[in-house]
Design a binder for this molecule. Structure first.
Ligand code: FA5
Length: 354
């Protein structure tokens, strides 16, 4: 019995020393397995119990139990120490000051063309022109034929059109809309009169140079009612010019030709730089050269267009206008865009100025 008690005592001392020397949780695991595990040293000692008299076994057995409990307690204490210091380390290195102000993500803004679309929509909304939507991929009939431009008519050349490779129907081939005027007959066909609409959409033309991009935007106004006259057109245009460009701006109509309006006009707006005089400090204004800037087309809706939309031109009349958003927006900001394509180059240094 004495030998076994000695063995237990020596196991106890080695175990306690190993525990206090352990440098990590991993080492503690190994020590536990080595001394107290199923195939460990304590088990090995207890295997000899059968060799000693029965009455002594109880004494050795209960001593073995005490050693085991003391060892387990020492291991548990040491584990606790490691766990606490691990937390302390995380707190030291990974702490967060929850009262510290956050890092603000960079804040962008709408593209200048989107800003213009919003502003134009709002301005026309004030005088009862509601924004509508019509297709940006449409049949030749709506883009041209119903607008008094039959197939092969030379006027179509100005709308250098992209055709979609789709089967031809009674309404002709399918096109990427080269202007927003396809919305005129589409809106008329809805049959709800009077009409006061503003259609803002993408347009596509086979053009690219410093003043043209293949994908651009137009806004198309259409007013159809009884007794609509050119005076109404002027009133709306002036209202728009003053709201969008500034209260001192005015518009003028210049005779022009479109197949879908009669009479037709080019609309100019007085130059904001020289106040419409064409002169600045005794020299020619470099922005406009003549006091006026060209805005876009307009006119009184042609009777054939009203007819194509199922509206009787003897009862109803109307006006329409269609302008490029890119051009209108750059006229407002006063930015002389040497090259309109910069709007779509995604160059933040340019875009963040607006
Ligand atoms: C038209 O497209 C007519 N539908 C306008 C209209 C509507 C007249 C209703 C009468 C009644 P025009 O082809 O001139 O007209 O184009 C109008 C404007 O679109 C131009 O003044 C220009 O600002 C813009 N635009 C035309 N092509 C391009 C292009 N490739 N890139 C950028 N802007 C363009």
């Amino acid at each position: 019995m004495g030998i076994m008690l000695d063995q237990l005592e020596s196991l106890r001392l080695s175990l306690l020393k190993a525990v206090s020397d352990a440098a990590s949780m991993g080492e503690l695991e190994e020590i536990e397995t080595k001394f107290l595990g199923r195939k460990g040293e304590l088990t090995a000692i207890l295997r000899q119990l059968g060799t000693i008299p029965v009455e002594e076994r109880k004494v050795v057995g209960s001593r073995a139990n005490e050693v085991k409990m003391e060892g387990e307690a020492a291991i548990a204490d040491r584990r606790q120490v490691f766990a606490t210091s691990a937390h302390a380390e995380i707190a030291d290195t990974d702490w967060a000051d929850v009262t510290e102000p956050g890092v603000r993500p960079p804040k962008g803004h709408l593209h200048p063309v989107s800003q213009a679309i919003r502003e134009i929509t709002k301005i026309f909304d004030h005088v009862g022109f509601s924004r509508v939507r019509h297709p940006e991929v449409d049949w030749d009939w709506f883009a041209f034929e119903s607008l008094n431009m039959p197939k092969e008519h030379p006027a179509r050349d100005e709308w250098e059109t992209f055709f979609v490779d789709a089967p031809e129907t009674k309404q002709g081939r399918m096109v990427l809309t080269p202007h927003t005027s396809n919305s005129q007959v589409r809106e008329l066909l809805l049959g709800e009169l009077p009409i006061r609409m503003i259609n803002i959409a993408k347009c596509y033309r086979r053009q690219i140079d410093v003043t043209h991009v293949p994908v651009f935007h137009q806004f198309e106004g259409l007013y159809v009612d009884k007794d609509v006259s050119i005076t109404h057109l002027r009133g709306v245009l002036d209202y728009f010019a003053k709201s969008y460009f500034g209260p001192d701006r005015v518009t003028r109509l210049r005779p022009h030709h479109f197949r879908f309006t009669e009479p037709s006009f080019e609309i100019d707006v007085s130059c904001g730089v020289c106040g419409g005089t064409g002169l600045l400090n005794g020299a020619k204004c470099r922005t406009c050269k003549r006091g006026w800037l060209e805005l876009g087309g307009a006119g009184m809706v042609h009777p054939n267009v009203l007819k194509a939309g199922g509206v009787d031109p003897k009862v109803y009349s109307g006006f329409a206008f269609g302008w490029g958003i890119e051009r209108t927006a750059s006229m407002k900001s006063g930015t002389k865009l040497d090259d309109i394509r910069i709007l779509y180059k995604n160059d933040i240094r340019f875009l963040e100025q607006f």
